[in-house]
Design a protein around this ligand. Structure first.
Ligand SMILES: NC(=O)c1ccc[n+]([C@@H]2O[C@H](COP(=O)([O-])OP(=O)(O)OC[C@H]3O[C@@H](n4cnc5c(N)ncnc54)[C@H](O)[C@@H]3O)[C@@H](O)[C@H]2O)c1
Length: 384
């Protein structure tokens, strides 16, 4: 697309606000409009950015100068919001997980195809530079084939301030949809994309916060590789102990601040207020170290790779090599770059079909746990 991409954001919570700095800093984009029902958030962002402000997506889509929409609303609204944006002829970047059911994701892809617009699903943690560089090393073939991928994360996700729908699996709540989406995206990117089957156990063991709060997922790949995604969101142990004390957003956190279980003591109104307050700064624009969505460790035939605070460690017959990576461009800046490339006509990894394939693994994990069966996958695609 020639010229600046005029983008609108719908939903100004943690995810929506996190895109304000990368949009501001990317000359290919201009923030033209925002849509958010909560007046305080809407007015604050309108004052900060000068974007035209609307209470909802249908009214924002009538804005006369809009090329693209970033959908950062709660997951259960993604199918409806993507359909509306596509029907209005806008390119769409939507948050993860793409939807709740695979059929919804397919309808979103069909809507984009019918309208002739691009659809990108911005699972931001596979844009973390250490993960991208792992993919490049794997693709170079120097370490041989990938045989095992393990990605493990231990956080207080279940005890951060939340709305009730965030705990309802039927509305895309719980850690398998919300956090497993990142883990599966990372695993599929590193494994080449073509997962074959899933066996999983999900857990709901805290009577004070009923939801899927933990999981162990085992993914088999068509080429014989195997992967595990382990997530525990109950907030006792912090995965930062496995990642040199560096957390999700690239900061070293003191031990006392890594996990908190304080939301249990709040009333629903206090919790909603705490969530809105937290959303303002939940995701920092830049960081001194690499972001760590837990520990990711890849074993290839002739070596292993894992994240380090400032990049990667590559283990081979030559010993351990430290690979330093820059921190200037945030994962969200890289999501936007890929979105611009997609709009420009390039084939990109995080397409609607890629997002559907990630969603298929997450839903299969929940189904596998429910039925105590291994689930065969049908919608997998290779890395573009
Ligand atoms: N990629 C990431 O790292 C990342 C991080 C956080 C959240 N997410 C994803 O982003 C999505 C939103 O999560 P969040 O944590 O920002 O949630 P949030 O609850 O903090 O924000 C959602 C916002 O959408 C607004 N909203 C609700 N209904 C709306 C409607 N009909 N029209 C317009 N706005 C509406 C809410 O008022 C709220 O401000 C989820 O799908 C989540 O999985 C992704």
């Amino acid at each position: 697309m020639p010229g600046t991409i005029r983008i609108g954001i719908v939903g100004l919570g943690a995810a929506g606000r996190a895109f304000l700095p990368p949009i501001r800093d990317n000359p290919a984009f201009r923030l033209a409009a925002i849509a958010e029902p909560v007046a305080e958030a809407r007015e604050a962002v309108a004052a900060e950015t000068g974007a035209a402000a609307y209470p909802d997506l249908p009214s924002m889509l009538k804005h006369p100068h809009l090329d693209a929409v970033y959908i950062a609303t709660p997951t259960e609204l993604h199918p409806e919001h993507v359909a509306l944006a596509c029907a209005a002829g806008k390119h769409v970047l939507t948050e993860k997980p793409m939807a709740i059911r695979v059929e919804q994701a397919q309808a979103m892809i069909d809507a984009a195809d019918r309208a002739g617009v691009k659809l990108l699903v911005g699972h931001s943690h596979s844009y973390d530079l250490p993960i991208r560089r792992m993919r490049e090393i794997i693709a170079s073939g120097t370490l041989g084939r990938v045989r095992m991928i393990h990605t493990w994360n231990f956080t207080d996700w279940m005890h951060r301030p939340r709305r009730p729908d965030e705990f309802d699996t039927g509305q895309g709540g719980g850690v398998t949809y919300r956090q497993g989406a990142h883990q599966i995206d990372i695993i599929r990117l590193l494994g080449g994309g073509l997962a074959k089957s899933v066996r999983a156990t999900t857990f709901d063991w805290d009577p004070a916060r009923r939801s899927i709060g933990a999981h162990t997922i085992y993914v088999s790949f068509a080429d014989g590789a195997a992967a595990t995604a382990v997530y525990n969101g109950y907030g006792y142990f912090s995965g930062m102990e496995l990642t040199s004390d560096v957390g999700e957003w690239g900061f070293v956190e003191p031990a006392a601040k890594r996990v908190s279980r304080s939301s249990v003591a709040l009333t629903p109104e206090q919790e909603l207020e705490a969530k809105r307050k937290r959303a303002k700064n939940a995701i920092p624009a830049s960081a001194p170290h690499q972001p760590h969505f837990g520990l990711t460790l890849v074993s290839c035939e002739r070596g292993d790779i894992r994240q380090s605070p400032d990049g990667l460690y590559v283990y081979s017959e030559q010993g351990r090599e430290a690979v330093a990576l820059p921190t200037e461009r945030s994962p969200r800046a890289l999501v936007l770059e890929e979105f611009a490339q997609a709009i420009g006509g390039a084939a990109t990894t995080h397409s609607g079909r890629w997002g559907l394939a990630n969603l298929e693994v997450c839903t299969a994990a929940i189904e596998s746990s429910r039925t105590a069966r291994e689930i065969e996958l049908k919608h997998q695609v290779a890395v573009a």
